[in-house]
Design a protein around this ligand. Structure first.
Ligand SMILES: [Zn+2]
Length: 51
């Protein structure tokens, strides 16, 4: 899973591998700094991974 911002390119990839409190802190930090909307997505979207 990943967390992704709807308003800019901010994201946390592979959130399973990061401590939950760290993700929450990063998410809140981005939200309070920018007012952006952050969503959790089930699948990584890897636009740059085209072979
Ligand atoms: Zn953002």
């Amino acid at each position: 899973m990943q967390k992704r911002c709807l308003n800019c390119d901010w994201m946390i990839q592979n959130i399973e591998t990061q401590p939950e409190d760290e993700q929450a802190r990063d998410t809140i930090e981005h939200f309070t700094a920018t007012g952006h909307t952050i969503v959790t997505l089930p699948e990584p979207i890897q636009l740059e991974f085209q072979i």
